[in-house]
Each structure stands twice: as structure tokens, then as C-alpha cells.
Design a protein around this ligand. Structure first.
Ligand SMILES: [Zn+2]
Length: 333
């Protein structure tokens, strides 16, 4: 009996090389047209969109293609003077996700002092709950993604001591499942994106010894499909962003070599748009800025010679973390 595998056929897909210049152009022009349909539709995640573009261009050593001054001014306007949190764009409510994106951009631009850093720390601390978990914003949704955001933000601004770290670790470990993976809350299904958040969280807090690395790495390896692409959960289609979540987790656990790098590279390259530049989620689909960063990030983890080295925990260029003297725990086998 044959199993039916949900996968894509990339045998006829071009290109086989990185379309470097096309991607630079795609990202540099992204969001330039403020009347653009996509620009209007993505207002609610504008701050993260800028982080994806800034990071992608920095990995390609083309950061000067974006206007640093207007980006920093935009971030300043998005910080809420009362709570200290940062919103996706002016006039919206602050959220943990956009606060992390804003801090990441300012670290890349080496100008954290442009916002109220004490306010950011106060905002993150205010979202921690008695069980150690974090709300994403004042509306009170709990998710392990926000635990990752909290320790990532506070480490980047050097204020990790404003939260109860042991409690935060306890909560994340309560979301660990029997398959070695993690979900969004206790007893929630394992998912590669949340595994990345929890592994990243444990790498930042120096607690990687709590992982069952063998079991978890097996689960992650099983995400690779015959096309070479990776999915996020059993029976799902491959997707370029999972190349990042899975590969970064395996890298942190020192087990990148457990999957076929060559096949994954072919899959990621097949998701490039040969006309406009940019990467799509899977072969033949339309590109977007999110998948463009994670495609480039995964290629960097695989050692692509045209890209700067990316840090697997923070998804930022390694040189930025070196400059900030931030060391994240990585297992070497
Ligand atoms: Zn995706």
C-alpha cells in the first residue's frame, strides 16, 4: 500500500541559482507605492514588513538601498508613550510582535537610543502573567510566540532582569509535548513555527539542556518531503518559511546535517519569482516579503556564499549580535 504524500513537483522549476539582483530590487521597491493594493492591505503588519525587508537587504549587504532616516522616524511615531510598546503602524495598538520587529530594526541600524528603551522594557514586563506566560498585547491572548518575543526583545535591549525568567521557562516547558515538540500553549499540537519559538526561547535563556534533542530533531527531519521542501506539520504542503523555522531549530540543536541540505536548497531556489524577484511560499506562487526573508535566511543557514551569516535564534545578521555582545546558546555535536 502506497501512502499519498502532500508535496509539490519541482522537476521542471527554474531557476537553479540565486537571483541576487532581482531580490534586491524587489525588496527595495516593496511598499514604495503607497497607493498599491498590497501596501494598504498590509498596514496591520507594516512594522514586521519593514523588519523582513531591512534584514533581507542587510544579509545581502545592500542595506543602503532603504531610507534609514524615514524608517527610524516611522518607528518613533509607532511607540506608545504610555505603555512603551510599539504598534504595527501609527495610530494602532502596540503589540509584542511589532515591538520585537522595531527593536530588531533599530539594532540593525545601531540606534536603539532613538526610542524609549525603558518604556519597551516596562511594556514587556507588564505582559507577563503569574504562570510565567506572556500576553501578546492588552487583549490577553497567550501564546509561546510571545514568550519568545519577550526574551528576544529584552535580550536585545539588555534588560532581561525585568521579568521572572525561571517562571517564563517553566511555562514554555509546560507546552512541550510527548513527541518532543511544542505548541502554542499546554497540550496544543506541535508545530514547527512554535518549536522554533520555544527552541529560540531556550537558547536565549540558556536552557537548551531541557530539550529532548534526539526526539525533537527526528520530528523536524520528518518535515522534509521528497521535493526537498519542509512542511510545518505532518501531511501539510512544503513552504519556504518552514525552511527557516525547521532549519533554524535544527541549527540551534547542532543537527542541521540531519536533513538533505542540497535538496532543500533546490526547493528554496525553485520558489524564486524570475520576473519580479522575491520568494513565494512554494514553487509557482506569487512572491511576498515574508517568504523572501525566510528563503534568504534559510539559504544563509545553508552557507550560501553571497549572503552574510544569519543568527538562527534572532533571524538577524550575526555581526549585529556580535556588536551587541549577545551570545545565544547553541548545541554542538
Ligand atoms: Zn509560509
Amino acid at each position: 500500500m502506497a501512502f499519498i504524500v502532500n508535496d509539490v513537483d519541482i522537476s521542471a522549476a527554474e531557476p537553479k541559482e540565486l537571483l541576487f539582483d532581482k531580490h534586491v530590487e524587489y525588496i527595495a521597491n516593496h511598499g514604495n507605492d503607497q497607493n498599491d493594493f498590497e501596501y494598504c492591505m498590509t498596514e496591520f503588519l507594516r512594522m514586521s514588513g519593514i523588519y523582513w525587508g531591512v534584514t533581507a537587504l542587510d544579509l545581502m549587504q545592500q542595506l543602503e538601498k532603504l531610507d534609514r532616516k524615514s524608517i527610524v522616524e516611522f518607528i518613533k511615531k509607532c511607540q506608545c508613550p504610555t505603555s512603551g510598546g510599539v504598534a504595527a503602524c501609527e495610530g494602532h495598538d502596540p503589540h509584542m510582535l511589532y515591538t520585537l520587529s522595531a527593536v530588531q530594526i533599530l539594532c540593525i541600524y545601531d540606534c536603539l537610543d532613538q526610542i524609549d528603551v525603558a518604556g519597551v522594557a516596562r511594556y514587556v514586563a507588564s505582559l507577563q502573567q503569574p504562570d510565567g506566560s506572556f500576553f501578546g498585547d492588552k487583549w490577553g491572548e497567550v501564546d509561546t510566540r510571545f514568550s519568545f518575543c519577550a526574551v528576544a526583545i529584552l535580550t536585545l535591549i539588555n534588560k532581561l532582569d525585568v521579568i521572572n525568567v525561571p517562571k517564563a521557562v517553566e511555562f514554555v516547558m509546560s507546552c512541550c509535548n510527548a513527541d518532543g515538540g511544542f505548541g502554542s500553549k499546554p497540550n496544543a499540537e506541535s508545530h514547527a513555527g512554535l518549536i522554533y519559538c520555544c527552541v529560540g526561547f531556550l537558547s536565549i535563556t540558556n536552557q537548551l539542556h531541557r530539550l529532548d534533542c534526539e526526539k525533537l530533531a527526528w520530528w523536524l527531519c520528518e518535515r522534509q518531503l521528497p521535493s526537498g521542501g519542509l512542511n510545518g506539520r505532518p501531511e501539510k504542503l512544503p513552504d519556504v518559511c518552514y525552511s527557516w523555522w525547521v532549519l533554524a531549530s535544527l541549527t540551534i540543536m547542532g543537527r542541521l546535517h540531519w536533513i538533505s541540505s542540497d535538496k532543500l536548497k533546490v526547493f528554496i531556489l525553485s520558489c524564486q519569482d524570475t520576473d519580479t524577484g522575491g520568494f513565494s511560499d512554494r514553487t509557482g506562487n506569487l512572491p511576498d516579503i515574508f517568504h523572501t526573508l525566510f528563503g534568504l535566511g534559510a539559504l544563509s543557514l545553508l552557507g550560501h556564499d553571497k549572503l552574510l551569516k544569519v543568527n538562527p535564534t534572532f533571524c538577524m545578521p550575526q555581526y549585529v549580535l556580535d556588536k551587541l555582545k549577545i551570545n545565544t546558546q547553541i548545541i554542538s555535536v
